[in-house]
Design a protein around this ligand. Sequence first.
Ligand code: FE2
Length: 373
Amino acid sequence: MEALEIAQPEVADFLPLNGTDYLELYVSNARQSAHYFQTAFGFQPLAHAGLETGLRDRESFVLVQDKIRLVLTSPLHGDTDIGRHIDKHGDGIRVIALWVDDATRAYEETTRRGAVPFLAPTREEDEHGYVMRSGIHTYGDTVHIFVERSAYQGVFLPGFKAWEPVYRPEPVGLKYVDHMVGNVGWNEMNRWVSFYAGVMGFSQLVSFDDKDISTDYTALMSKVMSNGNGRIKFPINEPAEGKKKSQVEEYLDFYGGPGVQHIAVATDDIVATVAALRDRGVEFLKVPDAYYSDLLDRIGHIDEEMQSLRQLGILADRDDEGYLLQIFTKPVCPRPTLFFEIIQRKGARSFGKGNFKALFEAIEREQELRGTL
Ligand code: FE2
């Protein structure tokens, strides 16, 4: 099936979004996770909150690399909501925070359209100004928090202090969040597509069915939702019937329900970025060497050395507007759930459909090793 471009009626964007503000992961050991994301992914220390800043129940480390902010949060004692989240899901994304000009209006517009409230508009302040935040629930236990920070000059959010450790490995060239993929349950994709369309004013960019995204064994379906200015893109996946277990079903089993499957981060130089990540211990999915033998025939001229792509295992795909280069890490936690994609766009605005088969076969080889295929 061809990718669908679905025309949307031209209406004013009732939920203008400036970009991704931060991603908060609930993890069992925020200090060690922070070390991993510094060391392996080149994130820089930004802010910290915990006992020293007056928190009694949790500790958070905030890391930054260009426009990407990660918040890593752990509970400080038993029997907490954060601890229960970790028990149920393992380490995973709790908050996809979106940067807005008006958090109160974002809350009112979305809840009026049916969003389940998570955080009523709340003003937080310190000596650096104030921030307004509000929030709504999305799939599974994941939430969206709207952050309005135009009146704030502090390092991150009120309550956080600058974190200035001696240890500061170099960045690897990660720039911004390109897209974030949610895995939802059987037959739930369209429900969440409707949520993003109706409640958040997103439109559907493309749709892939199980004929696009299937191998001999596994299948999934996906629709890509985008906000008005295209800065926020959320592909939504659901499992489809195949001969063996869909990778989305494996995710749902291990995550204990719907959640964020991968975070795609953009770079301007994927060869340098991936070489640095690999040297620092990040593990990537491998495609067979045969993938590269007909790659140039499929996608035509590209600026990069084929040998570099082959050595690093970087994939390439072309659409009407240009090409893209991408690669996927192995899961970054014990459960086969959350992973990262590194992507460089050279004109292409699509999602690497031409790589789905090679990629999913690589994932199946990993599933086979895990005994979960
Ligand atoms: Fe992706």
